[in-house]
Write a protein that binds this ligand. Sequence first.
Ligand SMILES: [Zn+2]
Length: 320
Amino acid sequence: MYHYVRNNEEYSYDTFCRRKNEFEAQVEYFRKSSEIVDPADLQKIKYYLKSDNQNAYLLTFDDGYKDHLYCANYLYNRNLKAYFFPPINALNGNILDVNAIHMIIGLRGIEIKTILKILTEVCMSSNFSLNLNNQRMNIKSYLDKFDIQDEYDERETIMLKRILQRDLMGDDNRRLVIDILIEKFIDKKSSDIASELYLNIQDLKIMKKMGMIFGSHGNTHKWLDTLNFDEQKEEIEQSFISLKKMNLIDVNEPKAMCYPFGGYDFNTIKLMNTLNLDLGFTTEIGPAKTIEGKEFIFKLPRWDTNHFWNNKWRRPCNVG
Ligand SMILES: [Zn+2]
């Protein structure tokens, strides 16, 4: 599973990414240690899923970042293919909340404390409520009571992420706060940010010509497990309709769904069956190996390539 593949110094904010040369080193490592599977070859994917003593990698790229054009080109020159999952609304020039949050948190030279201070002012003046462990409270109590530990992030960073991703109540309120912060700290129009960040339809067509395969990452990149059956159906069906309209999916290709944020529930699995989809990718970490019942193919775990790297020796490593 790849997300950002870029050299951070070329941007005004830092992301958790693999650098381009690290991506290249990883691909070479995967290629030498194992087989990189053609995503269009469903038979082979199923073979490797069942096989206990054979290894293979299927490369997946989430979120439709412009970075992926470079990745597709690199793979194409080595006769390799991968799965790409662009969310439809990102193609339409909207910045996904998740990316707006990455930008705010990754801003260089601005302390998280400063961002939290402005966020506090907005929440206080607009009387916005937050939810912490199912308790409704104002921002000041939230900041006092927040005590979640995280392996990767400092307390203030994880707090800011949680507020902007989830804990600030009301989708519109949360989006409003994100927009205020973007406008305050990033001196660019949001449509310009989106066109720099995401692949456009021409890019996708070029990638398609290179033999890359596309799947759904939802229509609006929502947690599917927060939606009811009909809303989920709409998200999934609409995304496939759009991908087909752009001629990005051929009839004979496997139909894959990559759940935004890795979120799915029993309704999602029901829909995967009724819509005749072939593969479902989660964000659970691990090898997609043993077949635990028929539904396993809709709950495929993935390795995060951000973990597939040895920082001490600056080289790819095996996480398995
Ligand atoms: Zn995503």
